[in-house]
Design a protein around this ligand. Structure first.
Ligand SMILES: CC(C)(COP(=O)(O)OP(=O)(O)OC[C@H]1O[C@@H](n2cnc3c(N)ncnc32)[C@H](O)[C@@H]1OP(=O)(O)O)[C@@H](O)C(=O)NCCC(=O)NCCS
Length: 189
């Protein structure tokens, strides 16, 4: 069986992580270059460009990323930079998605007191359900604990049963449901 190891994100992983973001898109149209760009702006680029110390990849034997976990350690810091540098690009590509993300930012702020960090995790199809999700999650959680972060949360589509099952299995608990998404949280202290 191919050996896959978890390691810290490196600059060379940028295009692989963007491709994984697109390949694992759930409920997002990714037919055009513009849609792919939008997806990466929404869910990938901020983390790998600004918070590399909380980004990890699962790399195959060629040292190519086949999965990742990426996180922002503090929502308020994330929001400041995201609004300044990423929202204008998102609005430029899609006013509608810009609006949706603005509403999301306002809502996500409400859970950030208890769960200051948030994450995204995605693994390519052929590498799922072999324990990599747990390895990536454990690696991130150890790092967040080292950084003194008291809780981490995420939002998953209410129809993403695979994701929901994974988070519950890991020990996350449901915090809230809103507009087709479920917020899961895990306390770290
Ligand atoms: C969700 C995801 C990160 C889990 O990572 P993983 O490496 O597959 O998970 P692990 O092998 O560590 O853990 C396995 C558990 O995850 C869940 N799971 C993973 N694949 C599943 C599948 N095809 N069907 C149902 N549950 C699944 C189950 O709880 C499973 O436990 P089980 O095998 O005892 O039923 C991964 O499947 C993935 O990237 N999916 C596509 C993208 C996605 O939905 N990301 C989350 C968006 S919020």
């Amino acid at each position: 069986m191919e050996e896959v190891r978890v390691r810290g994100y490196q600059e060379k992983d940028q295009s692989a992580t963007r491709n994984i973001c697109v390949a694992t898109a759930n409920g997002f149209a990714v037919d055009t270059q513009k849609q792919k760009e939008l997806l990466c702006l929404l869910f990938n680029d901020y983390y790998t460009e600004n918070e590399q110390d909380t980004c990890f990849v699962a790399a195959n034997e060629k040292d190519e990323a086949v999965g990742y976990i990426i996180a922002a350690r503090d929502f308020q810091e994330y929001k400041k930079l995201f609004k300044k540098y990423y929202m204008p690009k998102i609005y430029k590509l899609s006013f509608f998605q810009g609006l949706i993300r603005s509403i999301g930012l306002a809502y996500e702020g409400r859970v950030s007191k208890e769960y200051p960090a948030h994450l995204h995790i995605d693994i390519l199809d052929g590498y799922q359900r072999m324990g990599l999700g747990h390895k990536l999650m454990n690696t991130l959680i150890n790092r967040l604990k080292e950084l003194g972060v008291k809780g981490v949360c995420l939002f998953v589509g209410a129809k993403n049963l695979k994701g929901i099952s994974f988070y519950k299995k890991f020990g996350f608990t449901e915090v809230k449901r809103i507009a087709g998404a479920v917020c899961f949280g895990l306390k770290l202290d």
